[in-house]
Design a protein around this ligand. Structure first.
Ligand SMILES: [Fe+2]
Length: 289
């Protein structure tokens, strides 16, 4: 039996926006979800679907082993890292590149044109460790199938745009272009950006050792979810969310989380040869795309 709850809004949008880059704690939720649950707001909009033991352990472990090599220290995670600021150059001047705090995170799959690289391409991980990337595809396909089952309306829209995207930028025949992999990374309050706006987000956690806390919190609705290994959460990640502190960690504690999504601008990617052409043009500096 799946518990169905309606969560009242406890913070206005303006109040919630003030939490951006702040770390969330037990003052930001009154309800902790630990079992299967569907949560809605007062208007009947889905906030999340949480399913315990939804992922076979061998599928998950295969995904962890395949994708964990993508994790590196990065300052590209913006508000989720607890800070979002302009990079200061060595000479003290302020650049227009926005960076965050240093965290351990990786990207698997494909990326679109951004501030730094102006063409669509494989992530460094998919390029340099293509066998590992391929090894993890059944994990992505499994989550895609669950997405279809549990959020069919959001899935249909996302799959339609994925199907209309150049095949070279889609993971396996799924609705996803990209997987974010985070290690022991407590996200500060943020809204996801850059993913397909009509889609629904997901979160998968793999744990080793032991710890408490690290809950996924939606502060506007005062609700938190305790995710364990093999659990699956589909959540409206366009609402504010973040993690509580990890407490009582064992010496060997490990928390690897996965978020699979479709990068919104990838519908604009042309074929790899077309994108290579853009890369060459970009390097000459004659044309800014
Ligand atoms: Fe997020």
């Amino acid at each position: 039996m799946i518990k169905k709850i309606t969560a009242n809004r406890i913070l206005s949008k303006n109040q919630a926006a003030k939490l951006k880059t702040k770390f969330l704690n037990e003052s930001h939720y009154t309800q902790l979800i630990t079992e299967d649950c569907d949560a809605y707001d007062n208007y009947g909009n889905l906030l999340f679907r949480f399913r315990k033991n939804a992922i076979p352990i061998d599928v998950l472990k295969n995904g962890v082993n395949a994708f964990r090599g993508s994790i590196e220290v990065t300052e590209s995670r913006g508000a989720a890292s607890g800070s979002s600021h302009k990079r200061i150059r060595k000479d003290g001047s302020v650049s227009n590149i926005t960076v965050g705090n240093k965290v351990e995170s990786g990207s698997v799959g494909f990326m679109d044109s951004g501030a730094m690289v102006k063409y669509c391409r494989k992530t460094a991980f998919a390029r340099n460790y293509f066998d590992k990337f391929k090894q993890g595809i059944p994990f992505v396909q499994f989550i895609d199938q669950k997405y279809k089952e549990l959020c069919p309306e959001h899935y249909a829209k996302q799959k339609a745009i994925a199907d209309g995207t150049n095949r070279n930028y889609i993971i396996g025949d799924t609705s996803f272009t990209t997987v974010t992999v985070n290690k022991n990374f407590r996200t500060a309050c943020h809204q996801d950006a850059g993913d397909f706006s009509d889609g629904f987000g997901n979160l998968i956690v793999y744990r080793e050792g032991s710890y408490d806390g690290g809950f996924f919190v939606m502060p506007e609705y005062g609700i938190a979810v305790d995710l364990h290994t093999t659990d699956l959460l589909f959540a409206d990640v366009h609402k504010w969310h973040g993690n509580t502190e990890i407490i009582n960690p064992s010496d060997d504690w490990l928390r690897i989380s996965f978020v699979m999504y479709y990068r919104e601008n990838m519908i604009k990617c042309s074929s790899p040869s077309g994108e290579l052409q853009k890369a060459k043009i970009d390097k000459t500096g004659y044309l800014t795309l």
